[in-house]
Design a protein around this ligand. Structure first.
Ligand code: MG
Length: 423
């Protein structure tokens, strides 16, 4: 049975009068809701949603039960809003993580509406699992804004989807396989509004106790300004039924098959590829130089030049050659992980190439572009640069682990029309 240790912390921040966030830490269900709307609407909305979700999931602790729980949470908020004109505009975000049975195994299911976030820290690398349902982030996903533009867009607090009277779509749902050492983090925007993902990852890597980690993150967000309520729930997977150990053992017992499963070449396959490459070299080798007895015209002309001119040309060639060599070294000295015909591939070179030096494919994996986690998609599309082939393979492995999303459905309808504005 998957075992977890959980920590949580919440704070009103330094500028707000009250805390509209509500956190939930139940046996197998964890959630953060960030309410909004009127004097008391925010806290009522987030609390109402969390309580309805908790009750629904207790009745049906499954993935479907979690999704229905979000729907029931929305109904509860909408009904409460309809009873009081002062609460008519209230709404709330809701991001929830549940551990549910899946056949003989267990999976983590994430349900999400709004701009609170769920992160996963796995093997030291932080990934944002959820999409922010805000105007600039929806526009970024639709290709209408760059990441840099979205980050500073003044509409970044305008939400496109929240629970409440104007709720239209169901939650974004995704499922992933938990491994021992995974650290799931749920938070309201008061955390990432003050701290970068690198700041957050740094704390999560260094602070082992989940309560200490949550408290430290809230403390740092306050130190950075505390402009909004801050809520953090940290869920550590401390036992995964030896799922990770079994996966490693399979790799050790059956290296060729395991290598294929992970999109890597076996030694035999690599040798066959090298043999094929050497045959291609043989076909290319017979050139005009070896087959043609007469010297090239350029060389013939060069012989007519005076010794001084030849020396001058040689000097120029040395300088130019050095520059070309240095450029070639720069262009070819690194690797990157990018896309090759719809598949994740490892390239030698720089993304987009440098002058005449185009990158070359070292290895194409079986990981498709569609399977790349959304949070890494733009990084991979641009080409994620690393210093070595080993680092590239490690990055691909991390992508692969993060893409162990056994099912993923979203009902996002990109919209540029805000339905609610965060306080
Ligand atoms: Mg907030």
């Amino acid at each position: 049975m998957t075992q977890v240790r959980v920590g949580q912390a919440t704070d009103v921040g330094r500028r707000r009068q009250k805390n509209d966030d509500t956190a939930l830490v139940d046996d197998r269900l964890f959630a953060v809701a960030d309410g909004m709307g009127g004097y008391s609407g925010g806290e009522i909305a987030s609390f109402t949603a969390i309580e309805a979700l908790r009750a629904a999931f207790r009745r049906a602790p499954t993935a479907d039960g979690l999704e229905r729980g979000v729907t029931e949470a929305n109904q509860a908020v909408a009904e409460r809003a309809s009873t009081d004109p002062d609460l008519s505009q209230m709404g709330t975000t809701l991001s929830a993580v549940a551990i549910v049975e899946n056949g003989n195994d267990e999976v983590v299911v994430v349900a999400h509406v709004g701009d609170s976030r769920v992160y996963l820290l796995r093997d030291g690398e932080l990934t944002q699992l959820t999409d922010d349902h805000t105007v600039p982030e929806e526009m970024k996903r639709a290709g209408q804004l760059t990441e840099a533009e979205a980050a500073v867009d003044p509409r970044r607090h305008m939400l496109t989807r929240v629970l409440g009277p104007r709720y239209e779509n169901g939650p974004d749902m995704q499922t992933l396989i938990p491994y021992r050492g995974d650290r799931l983090v749920l938070c309201s925007d008061g955390l990432y509004g003050e701290l970068t993902d690198n700041d957050i990852a740094s704390v999560l890597r260094k602070t082992l106790d989940p309560n200490d980690a949550a408290a430290r993150l809230v403390e740092l967000a306050n130190q950075a300004g505390g402009g909004d309520n801050i809520t953090v729930v940290v869920v550590d997977v401390v036992d995964d039924d030896d799922r990770a150990a079994h996966a490693s053992a399979r790799l050790a017992d059956d290296p060729p098959a395991a290598a294929s499963r992970h999109g890597l070449m076996t030694a035999d396959e690599r040798n066959a590829q090298l043999r094929e490459l050497s045959r291609e070299d043989d076909r290319v080798a017979p050139s005009s130089w070896s087959d043609d007895d007469s010297p090239p015209a350029e060389l013939d002309r060069a012989r007519r030049l005076t010794a001084r001119v030849v020396l001058f040309i040689l000097a120029v060639l040395v300088v130019v050659g050095g520059a070309v060599g240095a450029t070639a070294w720069y262009a070819r000295a690194s690797y990157f992980v990018g896309l090759d015909q719809g598949h994740v591939a490892i390239f030698k070179g720089r993304p987009g190439g440098v002058l005449i030096f185009d990158p070359t494919v070292v290895q194409t994996t079986d990981l498709t572009q569609a399977a790349v986690p959304a949070a890494r998609a733009s990084d991979v599309e641009r080409g994620h640069e690393v210093a070595s082939l080993g680092a590239a393979r490690a990055y691909v492995e991390n992508l692969r682990k993060d893409s162990l999303v056994v099912s993923s459905t979203t009902s996002t309808v990109p919209s540029t029309t805000p339905t609610s504005v965060a306080p």
